[in-house]
Write a protein that binds this ligand. Sequence first.
Ligand code: SAH
Length: 358
Amino acid sequence: MPNPLFDIIARQIHQHGPMNLGEYMSLCLGHPQYGYYMTRDPLGAGGDFTTSPEISQMFGELIGAWIADAWDRLGRPSPFALVECGPGRGTLMEDALRATRSVPGFHDAMRLHLIEMSPVLKKAQEVRLNRYGPVWIKGVEGLPTDTPVILVGNEFLDALPIRQVRWNKGWFETTIGLAHNDTLGEGMVVAPQTLLDIVPPHILLQQSGEVFEVSPILNQFIRQLSNILKKQKGAALFIDYGHAISALGNTFQAVRSHRFESPFENPGESDLTAHVDFENVGHVAAGEGVFTTKVIPQGAFLKTLGIEIRAQALKATATPEQVSQIDSSLGRLTQDDQMGRLFKVIALCHDEISLAGF
Ligand code: SAH
């Protein structure tokens, strides 16, 4: 099948030589015309992948409770910017805002900001969230500069482009080039020092032939956000798949129609992500002087926030069919062999305020 993005990438490689994974991932996800997020709604059973808020309303409701609690602990600022990064179909925020309806003063104080690159998903967000008067912005630099901020992001950080380095009698960086038969394939160039500068020293010392993943874009995002939190006060919550401790390993992956495939096969047609290095997220934020919680598994986080009690309450008025659906979603979100352990949670705050769930 003809793939216009493949042609664009191939031409670019012909002209300028192999590109790094970050450039490749940015083009595949964000090319203005053919990028994955520009052309489709990837979520749900008929799409490519399903996220926690799409599995059950309980997820967004509990995040709503977390947000309201954080707002309370921040001293109930009014106004404050409520921000979601990569809101998908707007489901999490819709559930969160329904769940916080009865928190006195919360909705009046809240100014909703959505950071979204996909025109298709923005439309879906409009339908669900327009009554809350959202403002769409490109990044945290678009936030008001004079109000506290509470920010959440579920499966956002994993979409930020990564790069890979590995030791092979010297440090090399993974590149994407063209093989003889005109397919995309991996190669290596000498790694630039700027990239090695963001690899943890103990990883450098290992000089392993296995890849290590870094994301200058993610680091830059966390630094910018941390500075906003410090200056304007506030808290941020990130939930994603990834590891609590920085570790070697290739986690660059492509998912299409709920199946893994090669990230190099159908550029722009599959969702490209990498596991989030949560230790790095905490390290970068702490480097900017921001308080970070420990990194905990999603299952533990949701249980501490009361997901089992919420499930009981929903089941009390549910049909038998709904009861089994609630039980199965509860299992998917919290069990170790499902999303309970692979998914991790971290929060950042301008100060050492105790935040719910940790
Ligand atoms: N949070 C949602 C959707 C997760 S999918 C959920 O849990 O269902 C990733 C989301 O991040 C999508 O909305 C995608 O369009 C958005 N996104 C990915 N990279 C982005 C970027 N660089 N800037 C803004 N939004 C981005």
